[in-house]
Design a protein around this ligand. Structure first.
Ligand SMILES: Nc1ncnc2c1ncn2[C@@H]1O[C@H](COP(=O)(O)OP(=O)(O)OP(=O)(O)O)[C@@H](O)[C@H]1O
Length: 263
C-alpha cells in the first residue's frame, strides 16, 4: 500500500502553470524519481508535497489521510522529511551541531528557543547531540563530528543534510538533487546511502539530474515537462521512451541489466 499518494496536483504562478494535474504514489522501500528538464516543475511539486506551497489543485495523502497544504513541521511529525536543492547548513557550527538541529524540525519555534537559550533548550540539546552522533554514523560522517561544517567537502555536506533530515525518523524522505555538484566518488556514496535508506523501509522521492544515479537506483520514474507528466515507468522503459528522449534525455540512457528488456 502507498505511503504517499498524490492526485491531480497543480499550481500556477501569475497565470503560468508550473505544475498541472500530476499524480504519483510512493510505497515504503520504494525509490521514486522525478526527472525532467530545467523548469519542468520538479521542485515546485516537491514544495507542494512538503507543505512549502499550498497547491492550487489536487490532493496529497499520507497513509490515506489528506494532508494537503499542511505545515512542514506537522508533516514532519507524520513522518515526512526533506532536503533542499540549496544546502541549508550552518557553516560556522560543528557537523554534530548541524545534525542536531534536525531534531527540532518537528517543533515550531524550538530551534529559535535553542539559539536564544530559553528554558528547556539545554535538556533538549543534550538529547539531540546524542541522537546526532547516531545519525552521523549512519551517513558515514561520525569521524567528522567535531569539525566545522564549512570545512567539509561538498559530498560530505550533502550527506550531512540527509543526516539532519533523518533526525525526524522519516517514513518518507524527499531528496532534492542530493548528488548535484558531487564528483563520481561522492555520488557513489550518496547512491549507497539512498539505497540503504530504502532497504530500511523508508519511502524515497527523489529529484535528480544525474541520470546514471537515477537509472541505477529508481524503482519507478515520473517524467515532467512544462509542468505535466509526459511518461512514467521503470528505468528501462523511461530511458527509451521517445517523448522522454525528445524532451530531456537527448538519447537513450543505458540501464544496467536492461539490455534485453525488449524480450
Ligand atoms: N515561487 C515562484 N514564483 C514564480 N514562478 C515560479 C516559482 N517557483 C517556480 N516557478 C516557476 O515554475 C516553473 C517550474 O520551476 P521548478 O523550479 O519547479 O522547476 P524544476 O523542474 O525544479 O527545475 P530545475 O531542474 O532547474 O530545478 C518554472 O517556470 C519556474 O520559473
Amino acid at each position: 500500500m502507498s505511503l504517499l499518494s498524490v492526485e491531480g496536483l497543480g499550481i500556477a504562478f501569475g497565470g503560468v502553470r508550473a505544475v498541472h494535474d500530476v499524480g504519483l504514489t510512493v510505497a515504503p522501500g520504494e525509490i521514486v524519481s522525478i526527472i525532467g528538464p530545467n523548469g519542468a516543475g520538479k521542485t515546485t511539486l516537491f514544495n507542494m508535497i512538503s507543505g512549502v506551497y499550498l497547491p492550487g489543485a489536487g490532493r496529497v495523502r499520507l497513509d490515506g489521510e489528506d494532508v494537503t497544504g499542511m505545515a512542514p513541521h506537522l508533516l514532519a511529525r507524520r513522518g515526512l522529511s526533506r532536503t533542499f536543492q540549496n544546502l541549508q547548513i550552518f557553516p560556522a557550527m560543528s557537523v554534530l551541531e548541524n545534525a542536531a538541529t534536525g531534531f527540532h524540525l518537528r517543533e515550531r519555534g524550538a530551534l529559535l528557543a535553542d539559539l536564544l537559550a530559553l528554558p528547556g533548550a539545554r535538556r533538549r540539546s543534550a538529547g539531540a547531540l546524542d541522537g546526532a552522533r547516531d545519525l552521523l554514523a549512519r551517513v558515514g560522517l561520525d569521524r567528522a563530528a567535531d569539525r566545522e561544517a564549512g570545512e567539509l567537502s561538498y559530498g560530505a555536506l550533502k550527506r550531512l543534510e540527509i543526516a539532519r533530515a533523518l533526525a525526524t525518523a522519516p517514513r518518507l524522505l524527499l531528496l532534492d538533487e542530493p548528488a548535484a555538484g558531487c564528483n563520481a566518488v561522492e555520488t557513489e556514496e550518496i547512491d549507497r546511502l539512498i539505497a540503504g535508506m530504502a532497504q530500511s523501509g523508508i519511502a524515497i522521492l527523489l529529484v535528480e539530474h544525474d541520470m546514471k544515479l537515477v537509472m541505477r537506483i529508481s524503482t519507478h520514474i515520473v517524467v515532467l515537462d512544462h509542468g505535466e507528466k509526459i511518461a512514467e515507468g521503470d528505468p528501462a522503459t523511461v530511458s527509451r521512451h521517445p517523448d522522454v528522449i525528445a524532451a530531456y534525455l537527448g538519447a537513450p540512457v543505458a540501464v544496467e541489466g536492461a539490455a534485453h528488456a525488449d524480450g
